[in-house]
Write a protein that binds this ligand. Structure first.
Ligand SMILES: [Zn+2]
Ligand SMILES: [Zn+2]
Length: 199
């Protein structure tokens, strides 16, 4: 059943809603690329963000479901390398909020579990976003890779799950309902910076 979840940075200044989240409309993946790993260090949150395989969990959803209600002025945007992902975070307490590609025409964003207030949830986040579909950018021994879904097969099966929703969101113009990009110009609402900003 689709459920509204609460967005809340660690200090509570940035709050919002993930509207009507459901496994059918979400994609649960982890990524262990250098950019994702560097990001955890930039925020000083390696312990909380990295799993045992050096991956970071994200839930990909339509940007139209991501609503910020308070603390918009605390939104920071980190772009660690030229053409790298935009990594949106709360400047007040360095909570990772969501990653996007560095272009507003993309109809999805990737929410970090730390951005979600789980205090009143009676089920693990998997129940709302679906099971882990693939671990990307890992270098693991073959047998282990298979066990933990770090394979090309898992990637392909994830793409079969994700592609229809990607095109559905794009077709509906949901990228123009993102709070992170201007609806007309599709430019980021906050100037991306190379380093994490303090507030
Ligand atoms: Zn905060
Ligand atoms: Zn990554």
């Amino acid at each position: 059943m689709p459920t509204d979840l609460t967005i809340r940075c660690r200090c509570g200044q940035v709050t919002g809603i993930l509207e009507q989240v459901s496994p059918k409309d979400s994609n649960h993946v982890t990524c262990a690329c250098k950019g994702c790993q560097d990001y955890t260090r930039a925020l000083g949150r390696e312990q909380e963000m990295l799993d045992e395989y050096g991956g970071t969990t994200v839930f990909q959803i339509s940007p139209a479901r991501f609503k910020i209600t308070t603390g918009k002025e605390q939104m920071g945007c980190l772009q660690q390398t030229k053409n790298g992902a935009y990594r949106w975070y709360a400047k007040c307490c360095k909570t990772p909020l969501a990653n996007t590609l560095p272009m507003g025409s993309m109809p999805f964003l990737a929410v970090h579990p730390l951005a979600i207030d789980t205090t009143d949830l009676d089920q693990p986040l998997e129940a709302y976003f679906g099971p882990l579909r693939v671990r990307t950018n890992h270098t693991l021994p073959r047998k282990q890779a298979k066990e933990v879904r770090a394979t090309w097969g898992a990637l392909l099966s994830m793409l079969f799950h994700f592609a229809p929703m990607f095109f559905r969101w794009k077709f509906r113009g949901e990228h123009r309902r993102s709070p992170l990009f201007h609806p007309k110009t599709l430019r980021p609402v906050v100037q991306p910076r190379r380093t994490v900003q303090d507030e």
